[in-house]
Every structure is written in C-alpha cells, then in structure tokens.
Design a protein around this ligand. Structure first.
Ligand SMILES: Nc1ncnc2c1ncn2[C@@H]1O[C@H](COP(=O)(O)OP(=O)(O)OP(=O)(O)O)[C@@H](O)[C@H]1O
Ligand SMILES: [Mg+2]
Length: 235
C-alpha cells in the first residue's frame, strides 16, 4: 500500500511554556503548548486580550525565546541557531504584519516595500523594483504607491504593509491583529486579501485576532485562553 506522505510542518511547537518575571510576580503567559502548522495552512489564532497570542507569535517566529520547550521552523530547531542565523531566517523566510502597520512615514509606499527587499541583499535593483511593483499591484496599491503613509487610509497602509511582508516570498507570514486598527468592512477586505494570497501561493499564514471576524472564515481556528491551547478545529 502506498502511504500518503504528510506535508512537513512549517512550524512545530513542542511543549512550549513562557514565564515572564520571577517569584510572586511571575506570569505564565504560555503553558505547555503543542502545535504543528503545515505548509500552506491559514490559521486563525484567537483568544481574549492577554491570553498569550502575541507571545506565541513572537516565539514561533524566533523573536522571543520560550522558557522551556522547542520551536521548529521548517524542520530546524531554533534553539541551535545563533542571533545571525535567526536574523537570516527572519529576513528570508518570514513576513510580519502588525496592528499599527509600522510603515516608515518619510518613505513612499513603494520605498517602504522596496528598501527592506534591497537591504536583504538577494536581489538586484531591477529585480527588487519589479517585485515591489508586482506586490503593490497585487494588494491593489499600484496607483497609490508614490504616496507617503500619512497620505493613505488605515486600510491602504495595511495593504502596503502586506506587500512589504510578502515581497521577499517568505514561507510563513505572521500577522498580529492585522485588522485591530481598522473598521469592520476594511478589516474584512484585508482578511479576504490575505486568504486570496494564501490560496494563490504556498505561503503559510498565522493570523491573530480577538474579533470573531476571522473565526468564521479561517479553515483552521486555534484558541488560547490564559496561556493554554483550549481549542484546535482540526483536532
Ligand atoms: N514583556 C512582558 N513582560 C511581562 N509580562 C508580559 C510581557 N509581555 C506580555 N506579558 C504578559 O503575558 C500575558 C500574555 O500577553 P500577550 O501580549 O501575549 O497577550 P495577547 O493575547 O497578545 O493580548 P492582546 O490581545 O491584548 O494583544 C499577559 O498577561 C501580559 O501581561
Ligand atoms: Mg497581542
């Protein structure tokens, strides 16, 4: 019998715990989290404010260390990597989208996408320009790419940030409350855009939210409460 080969996980978290502070002040932000996310999945990470969503995203993307447990990114243990190697993983294989967009205000929308890409050092000027234009078109910002962030609406700024997160074609995109600062309709449009990109590419998405918007539409929903994984829709 031919065995179906299971897709290698993009991310594996094994028994992850995170404690902030010491003694009586200590906060257990994550408690014994086990989680595997396969390549190409679109995962909604839900939970109330303070439940540990940002902590989990920071740990799975190597921005923060767990207090115990192991993190695997594309089958490599992050524990064995030095700061330079971690930085390389982040700049090549990860894309980040934030609640407050984090665009550089003095640069045009185009340059906000183009400069990080050219600084990565893997593309010529021409390639980086073509890729930046391509991704700005994909997020519907082709016409407005010469404006500065301050001349764009919140939803438009988030589209620029999405182009920036995707332009280097990362394996995994981590979005921490990408719609948290947008009205309902704009938030819906942004989520639809992320899902369209997920379907068109093999990019894995992990998107945190404390609204119910994503819960109803993501293929996989994970919920954490008080640092514990209390629900996983594929289990
Ligand atoms: N650097 C830190 N030092 C101490 N405690 C922290 C730190 N970062 C987070 N915490 C605590 O860890 C817990 C989880 O925080 P986290 O930011 O991960 O929650 P969250 O689910 O992202 O919340 P929100 O929806 O409000 O963004 C909270 O109790 C928080 O106060
Ligand atoms: Mg958070």
């Amino acid at each position: 019998m031919v065995q179906k080969i299971k897709a290698l996980p993009a991310i594996g978290l094994i028994d992850i715990s995170k404690r902030y502070g010491f003694g009586e002040q200590a906060i257990d932000a994550l408690k014994n989290i086990h989680l595997e996310i396969a390549k190409g999945e679109f995962v909604a990470l839900c939970g109330p404010s303070g439940s540990g969503k940002s902590t989990l995203l920071n740990i799975l993307s190597g921005l923060d260390n767990p207090s115990s447990g192991s993190v695997f990114f594309m089958n490599k243990s992050l524990a064995n990597l030095n700061e330079n190697q971690l930085a390389t993983i982040r700049s090549q294989h990860l894309g980040f989208i934030f609640q407050f967009f984090n665009l550089i205000p003095v640069l045009s929308a185009f340059d906000n996408v183009y400069y990080p890409l050219i600084l990565n050092g893997y593309h010529t000027k021409q390639q980086a320009q073509a890729l930046s234009r391509d991704y700005l078109n994909r997020v519907g910002m082709g016409q407005l790419m010469h404006r500065k962030p301050g001349e764009l609406s919140g939803g438009q700024q988030q589209r620029i940030a999405i182009a920036r997160a995707l332009v280097h074609q990362p394996a995994v995109v981590v979005a921490d409350e990408p719609t948290g600062n947008l009205d309902m309709k704009t938030g819906e449009d942004i989520l639809e855009l992320l899902q369209t990109i997920n379907q068109q590419t093999e990019t894995t998405f992990i998107v945190s939210t404390h609204s119910t918007q994503l819960k109803d539409r993501a293929k996989r929903v994970i919920e954490i409460q008080d640092g514990e994984l209390v629900y996983d829709s594929i289990r």
